[in-house]
Design a protein around this ligand. Structure first.
Ligand SMILES: NC(=O)c1ccc[n+]([C@@H]2O[C@H](COP(=O)([O-])OP(=O)(O)OC[C@H]3O[C@@H](n4cnc5c(N)ncnc54)[C@H](OP(=O)(O)O)[C@@H]3O)[C@@H](O)[C@H]2O)c1
Length: 325
């Protein structure tokens, strides 16, 4: 099969499409033939080893000291089940699914194996594979943080970095939960986030939300330039800060600050339950997929460049062959 192999840490050009052996599903695994995947901020961070301050050594330990141990990046895949292992009972060939191997990566390839007990869900008939895969990365991150932060109906939330993969899903999920949403993004994306449901939009280039005297029940930082120390004055008493991006000192400080919420891999992202929830919300029209661009798999280096720019809108989808259905 063809796979995008990341041969070392570095610029987008370190990713090359190569022929590699097609994986075979073990007993409890399904083999998925890809129709779509995404290149997202997680892939680009590991590829470039561009991580928040203090995290570099930890990331090298986890993903590889001198180069990514698992050369094929890619967190998620949409496609059809090609074959199943002998112990698989819930999926069969030709099922349309979205799935993830989490930080084991491996989805920037024509085929990937996933445990049937892992993060895998059927794609509803009315959703295309591309739309289904586009809501996963941002959706599972936003869902996990909003759940941990216990955002409730009638509460107010400010979402910093509201127009990216995580932000566009967070705006929609927060509205669905009945919150009043303030979205912070560039002026160019103000109309988009309003359409997604934001009640108010702050253009970060012309306004500083920490200086306008408003206070929120929840503040979510998806960019890293609104750390807890900067936004404490904008939180109501009892307010929660969702630290989607944070460096090592901020992560350590979070362990003793009740108001600061971080997420660990055991908090529900990359799970079948979160994928089923996201498919259901998307099928019902609660979530609208936001897609920056569709690129053919062969243009994966350009996709990494676009993600590195830090201004993509929603998700960047790579397609294999024809669009479906
Ligand atoms: N902790 C976790 O579990 C977790 C999970 C997923 C992602 N993340 C992290 O979350 C971050 C966001 O991920 P993503 O995939 O949503 O990224 P993304 O799609 O690249 O979006 C980045 C967004 O940041 C906005 N932005 C740029 N400059 C800004 C500024 N000065 N102030 C406010 N917003 C600004 C951009 O909006 P404009 O284009 O409008 O400027 C863009 O929409 C990444 O750092 C990622 O590593 C963490």
């Amino acid at each position: 099969m063809r796979a995008a192999v990341c041969e070392r840490y570095g610029q987008p050009e370190v990713v090359r499409i190569r022929e590699v052996p097609t994986p075979a599903p073990a007993g409890g695994e399904v083999l998925i033939r890809a129709s779509a995947t995404t290149v997202n901020s997680g892939d680009a961070r590991v590829r470039a080893l561009r991580v928040p301050r203090g995290m570099g050594p930890l990331v090298r330990l986890r993903f590889g000291l001198t180069k990514p141990r698992r050369g094929i990046l890619g967190l998620e895949i949409a496609g059809r089940v090609e074959s199943v292992g002998s112990a698989v009972t819930r999926f069969r060939p030709e099922d349309r699914v979205v799935a993830s191997r989490g930080f084991a990566f491996g989805c920037h390839a024509e085929y990937a194996t996933v445990s049937e007990e892992g993060a895998i869900a059927r794609i509803p008939d009315r959703l295309s594979d591309q739309d289904a895969v586009a809501v996963l990365f941002g959706g599972e991150t936003a869902l996990t943080f909003l759940r941990l932060g216990k955002l409730g109906a009638g509460e107010s939330i400010l979402i910093n970095g509201a127009s990216g993969a995580v932000g566009t899903m967070a705006v929609q999920l927060a509205k669905h939960l009945g919150a009043e949403v303030t979205a912070v993004c560039s002026g160019a994306n103000a109309e988009l986030v309003s359409r997604l449901g934001a009640d108010r939009v702050v253009d970060y280039a012309t306004e500083d939300f920490t200086r306008d005297g408003r206070r929120y029940d929840v503040i979510m930082d998806n960019h890293g330039n609104a750390p807890y120390a900067r936004v404490t004055g904008s939180l109501k008493p009892g307010g929660r800060f969702l630290m989607v991006v944070g460096d090592l000192p901020q992560m350590l400080a979070a362990t003793w600050r009740k108001a600061v919420i971080t997420a660990s891999p055991s908090d529900g992202a990359f799970s079948a339950e979160s994928y089923r929830t996201l498919m259901d919300l998307t099928e019902r029209g609660v979530l609208t997929p936001v897609i920056d661009a569709f690129l053919p798999f062969e243009e994966i280096v350009d996709a990494h460049r676009r993600v590195d720019g830090g201004h993509k809108v929603g998700s960047l989808v790579l397609t294999f062959g024809l669009r479906t259905p």
